[in-house]
Design a protein around this ligand. Structure first.
Ligand code: HEM
Length: 524
């Protein structure tokens, strides 16, 4: 018993000394300003109200453009001005904060943090990033995909909308735009990744292939589980005790997803083998160039030259990540755009006039028209300014002690950039809350900048594809149909909570074929 008291006393003294030492170190550092009071264990977490980006605007107003918080046991540095954001993402600082925090809730879903969005800065991330930017999402590949995959999927969607309108015999048709835009973005990515589509269904309401639907179900099952597991990240006891019983469910759904992607890889491998055989048998002209291949096909070609690097596990992680990172971001931005246009019919009309005078009604708008539609581009930019769908970017982490804006940032700190606040900074943007695409016209926004895709070396590699998809989809929807609100009220622009800034109320609208397009729509 005596021995127990002795050990307990020594432990207590050591803990007190350790605590004092840590406090001294912290005091010697010049951390950015932030709220003085911290809750035990939780730190400043209880101060953060949802949505976090707006709650952080209030803290920035009190403490300045760089704020220090404690989120559980982690240091977090929040950046709230464009000047400091530029400093963060240039030179050596960009490298120093290029890691990602590893949240236990994401370990299994991200294949042990091997996906590019969460991988730490290093050799593995560089290889994935190179494959994504050079082989899969380059401007050249996006150009090729625009003509075949995006145009095909878009045409199918227009055909369905036109049929639904025909069935309404002249009356406007009610369209669940959120769902339609999501299914279109998802189908485009699935086709780019795996060429799964063999046929288009005649069903006026069915926008996806069987495979795309299966993948959508899997992703739909993962998101809420990760949402619950998120609490583990700051309160490990919940994870150890598995209070909400989500651990097994996550394992099950991740296994289902991995099996599904591995099956797609095997199917693509089989297809490529068959092509090789045909070419070997002298069936000369079969085009098996990388340009015609799906993303999985391109990666299987790389696998042939370096099988140890481009393993099936590598392909699985990259494919699952591109699907989750690329679908909801693109479709939600289009949903915000259409919502803004419905609330600003004058802007919608001006965009249609631009399309009419540059493209006309004799054919569907295509990729070659995009450079001649600057106003449409301004509308997309203004939407990305007001509603950047990843409002806090993805969290970065400092791999080493560094300085931001003269303040000390300890290694391991999370760095969060409030793009939402930066885009609405009244010092930079006149009437920042107003939707005014004209602010981007004729180089008027020169010198000001928006960062919906992030900046620096961790910047989004899908920007080309996203901008092209959004330009084509929105352009064609405005070219072919007139759009109006359901009811008299304005479209509700409330934002949901979470890492992606969803619309709290899913968008529905009324659509009617435009008179100058009716002949073309009947042929489609
Ligand atoms: C409107 C559409 C999109 C928006 C607004 C968007 C935004 C972003 C943002 C803010 C980041 C984090 C940047 C940072 O941490 O500094 C990011 C990362 C990423 N995005 Fe996107 N994205 C979009 C579409 C896409 C698409 C279509 C793809 C691919 C098909 C994609 C793939 C990725 C990947 C792989 C990363 C991780 C990059 C890294 O950590 O190295 N995104 N995106």
């Amino acid at each position: 018993m005596e021995r127990f008291y002795y050990v307990a006393a020594v432990t207590l003294v050591l803990l007190v000394l350790l605590h004092r030492l840590l406090m001294k170190r912290t005091k010697r550092r010049r951390l950015p300003p932030g709220p003085r009071f911290t809750f035990p264990i939780l730190g400043h977490l209880p101060l953060l109200k949802k949505p976090i980006q707006t709650s952080l605007v209030d803290l920035a107003a009190r403490y300045g453009p760089v704020v220090h918080l404690r989120l559980g046991s982690r240091h977090a540095i929040v950046i709230g001005s464009s000047g400091v954001a530029k400093e963060c993402f240039s030179g050596e600082l960009d490298v120093a904060i290029a890691n990602r925090p590893h949240f236990p809730s994401l370990r299994e879903v991200t294949c042990d943090y091997s996906m590019p969005t969460v991988a730490n800065y290093g050799a593995h991330w560089r290889t994935m990033r190179r494959v994504a930017t050079v082989h899969l999402l380059s401007a050249h590949r996006v150009n090729i995909m625009s003509d075949n995959i995006i145009a095909r999927e878009l045409r199918a969607m227009v055909r369905r909308l036109a049929r639904a309108s025909a069935a309404a015999s002249g009356a406007a048709t009610r369209v669940e735009l959120k769902r339609r835009l999501f299914e279109l973005s998802h189908s485009v990515l699935m086709e780019i990744i795996a060429h799964t589509r063999n046929t288009y269904s005649d069903d006026a309401d069915e926008d996806m292939s069987k495979e795309a639907r299966e993948m959508k179900d899997i992703q739909g099952a993962i998101v809420p589980l990760v949402g619950v597991a998120n609490l583990w990240d700051y309160l490990p006891l919940l994870r150890w005790l598995d209070v909400y019983g989500v651990k097994r469910k996550i394992t099950d759904v991740v296994n289902r997803r991995n099996t599904f992607v591995y099956n797609m890889i095997d199917a693509e491998r089989h297809k490529l083998k068959q092509l090789e055989c045909k070419n070997g048998q002298g069936e000369g002209d079969i085009d098996d160039s990388d340009e015609k291949k799906s993303m999985i096909g391109v990666m299987l070609s790389l696998q042939k030259t370096e099988p140890d690097v481009y393993t099936d596990a590598f392909i699985n992680a990259l494919v699952a990540n591109l699907l989750s990172a690329g679908t909801e971001t693109t479709s939600t931005t289009m949903e915000w755009t259409m919502s803004l246009l419905l609330n600003h019919p004058d802007v919608l009309k001006k965009a249609q006039e631009e399309i009419d005078s540059n493209v006309g009604g004799g054919r569907l708008l295509d990729k070659n028209d995009i450079p001649h539609l600057p106003y449409l581009h301004c509308i997309i930019n203004e939407t990305l300014r007001l509603y950047p769908v990843v409002p806090m970017l993805l969290p970065h982490e400092a791999s080493t002690d560094c300085k931001i804006h003269g303040y000390d940032v300890p290694a391991g700190s999370m760095v969060l950039v409030n793009a939402y606040a930066i885009h609405r900074d009244p010092v930079i943007w006149e009437d920042p809350e107003e939707f005014r695409p004209e602010r981007f016209e004729h180089g008027r926004a020169e010198g000001k900048f928006i960062m919906p895709f992030g900046m620096g070396r961790r910047k989004c590699p899908g920007e080309n594809l996203a901008m092209r998809t959004m330009g084509l989809v929105l352009g064609v929807l405005l070219q072919c149909f007139d759009w109006s609100r359901i009811g008299d009220g304005e479209v509700d622009m409330a934002t949901g909570t979470g890492a992606i800034m969803f619309k709290a109320v899913p968008l529905e609208a009324l659509c009617k074929p435009r008179a100058n397009m009716s002949a073309l729509l009947q042929e489609i």
